[in-house]
Design a protein around this ligand. Structure first.
Ligand SMILES: [Zn+2]
Length: 292
């Protein structure tokens, strides 16, 4: 864990002789500290998006929009969930393009499997299923929101997208989730400084009528953009309230809330409580009928 954090956020020029760098990492809210935040990685990797005519229209940083649906999102309204099996698991067929190296492939597989221990989702290699996640290295990192039918591309460019947190982030889109800072209740938790946003990128901060599934707003969600996302002047574009110094958008993996949301959206309660019973023996009876 520490090693990973070290790699992702201490790749800058500071030297701080008296403290381990990994401690230093968690302080500071400078733009340089945000180099490995999800949104900084996405912005870098997606800088030239739109030049390839084969790619779909990508909005909100990394969300691909199916043709004809530009104005009609909330994905849950169009039944975009993946199907639940009779055994209570949600099996999501996937394929991984052979463009990826063995190392990249194992990072992607680790991202897929990271859902298995804490949710009822099970990614498994596609056999003949009609709907599946088709992981390719196209230009940039992007995904559709929710299941759109057929083989749906999740693009993880070899050039800047094959990181654990990006894999999880794009998969969460494919499962039906939007960005945390577009949540319907975001104005109680963050202030958006549009005056600092790159002209023409303001739509990235549009609010969406999201289903928040009774979970709290989470600065530490892997779906939350960083403080300087789409900044045109190195000044913050997203500032937490009431405490402006709280860290935001620096997750290196799914938060507990991200996991809870998956479990609620896909009604993984049985699985979850079995797990809970395993963790806390004796709790099972009183909880098996519970729901999130
Ligand atoms: Zn995204």
């Amino acid at each position: 864990q520490v090693l990973q954090i070290h790699m992702f956020c201490c790749n800058h020029n500071y030297s701080f002789p008296y403290f381990p760098e990994s401690v230093f990492c968690f302080t500071g809210n400078n733009i340089e500290d945000d180099d490995f935040s999800v949104s900084t990685l996405l912005e870098k990797a997606n800088a030239n998006l739109g030049e390839n005519l084969d790619d779909p229209l990508v909005m909100f940083g990394d969300i691909a929009v199916p043709t004809g649906l530009q104005n009609a999102d909330p994905c849950t309204a169009r039944g975009c969930l993946w199907n639940k099996d009779q055994d209570g698991n949600v099996y999501i067929p996937y394929s991984i393009s052979n463009q990826f190296s063995q190392r990249e492939r194992s990072i992607i597989v680790r991202g897929l499997e990271s859902f298995h221990g804490s949710t009822c989702l099970r990614f498994r290699l596609r056999q003949r299923e009609r709907d599946f996640v088709d992981i390719q290295s196209r230009s940039g990192c992007w995904s559709f929101v929710g299941r759109i039918g057929g083989g749906q591309v999740v693009s993880l460019s070899r050039n800047g997208c094959v990181f654990h947190q990006i894999v999880q982030h794009e998969l969460l889109h494919a499962l039906g989730f939007n960005h945390e800072q577009t949540r319907s209740d975001r104005d109680s938790h963050v202030r958006i400084l549009l005056e600092n946003v790159i002209r023409g990128q303001e739509h990235n901060f549009r609010k969406i009528d999201t289903n928040n599934l009774g979970t709290p707003y989470d600065y530490n969600s892997v779906m939350h953009y960083g403080r300087f996302a789409f900044s045109r002047n190195r000044e913050p574009t997203i500032v937490p309230i009431p405490d402006p110094n709280v860290e935001i958008g620096r997750a290196t993996e799914m938060s507990q809330n991200d996991i809870l949301r998956v479990n609620r959206l896909y009604q993984c309660s049985e699985y979850f409580f079995q797990n809970l019973a395993f963790t806390f023996p004796g709790r099972r009876e009183q909880n098996t009928r519970g729901r999130f």
